[in-house]
Design a protein around this ligand. Structure first.
Ligand SMILES: Nc1ncnc2c1ncn2[C@@H]1O[C@H](COP(=O)(O)OP(=O)(O)OP(=O)(O)O)[C@@H](O)[C@H]1O
Ligand SMILES: [Mg+2]
Length: 246
């Protein structure tokens, strides 16, 4: 898919608002992603990152606005099949084993020939030896690793990660970076919310900064640097500048 003509639209959001009571977690937000884009979603705590992601994957119902994935309306079977989601907090069943989880996901998403891929992913995150252990006995970081394995196993074209680095040790962060790089090379569309800026700085080809449910900045790191007039700025410096006093 890479390098072959114009990319198709993967995500189209028009004037999305999500309210919780009187407060707006997402405020009249419009956004489009093309196939193969790797987007870092940044923003301070409470900016609306998780709410936006949950609206996209169909876990929250928008108050207003329209969301389409690959041209299909949010929440439809077709739209759901296009995306996979790694939540902020792992949603796992304590009474299933690590391997049973992957088996369950493979069944639910009708992934065939998944066993080799599952072994590869568990080995990458060094939890292959724990495959027959119950999830309730796993450490926090191990749960996060399993949650990542479940999300990636589906081989969906559009992957949304909500703070995927949280709880991971340095080696696992490095392995996750390599995994994200290989997903990028395979032409996947990636939407990654994170507070850890270093690991994504060289992977994302687009950065979106959210605050109070609105987009403050959207562009490549180079574009955002130019906008600030600071050619050498790190992503951290760009983030701090963009989100200051708004
Ligand atoms: N279920 C809910 N009920 C009420 N308010 C909510 C709910 N979920 C989120 N909010 C509010 O919506 C706003 C955005 O929250 P959200 O979790 O999307 O932020 P975030 O950018 O993901 O933050 P963080 O970086 O802390 O994960 C916050 O003000 C939060 O309190
Ligand atoms: Mg969040």
């Amino acid at each position: 898919m890479q390098g072959s003509g114009p990319r198709q639209s993967m995500l189209e959001i028009r004037q999305l608002t999500k309210r919780f009571g009187q407060s707006k977690a997402v405020d009249d937000l419009s956004l489009a992603l093309r196939e193969g884009e790797v987007v870092g979603l940044l923003g301070p705590n409470g900016a609306g990152k998780s709410t936006l992601i949950k609206c996209i994957v169909g876990l929250l119902r928008p108050t207003q606005g329209e969301i389409r994935l690959g041209g299909y309306a949010r929440g439809t079977r077709e739209a759901r099949r296009l995306s996979a989601y790694v939540p902020e907090i792992p949603q796992l069943y304590g009474m299933l084993t690590v391997w049973e989880h992957l088996q369950f996901i493979a069944g639910a998403y009708e992934v065939s020939g998944w066993e080799g891929r599952a072994e590869e992913l568990l080995s990458l995150f060094e939890i292959w030896e724990r495959r027959d252990d119950f999830v309730k006995g796993l450490s926090k970081g191990m749960r996060q690793k399993l949650s990542l394995c479940c999300g990636v196993l589906t081989d969906a074209p559009f992957l949304l990660f909500d703070e995927p680095m949280v709880g991971l040790d340095p080696r696992a962060i490095k392995n996750l970076k390599d995994l994200i790089q290989s997903l990028k090379e395979r032409g996947k569309t990636l939407f990654i919310s994170t507070h850890l800026l270093d690991p994504i700085e060289n992977i994302c080809n687009r950065v979106i900064v959210l605050k109070q449910g609105r987009i403050l900045a959207d562009g490549s790191l180079e574009e955002l640097r130019r906008r600030l007039g600071e050619e050498q700025a790190s992503l951290e410096e760009v983030f701090l500048e963009v989100t200051a006093d708004v």
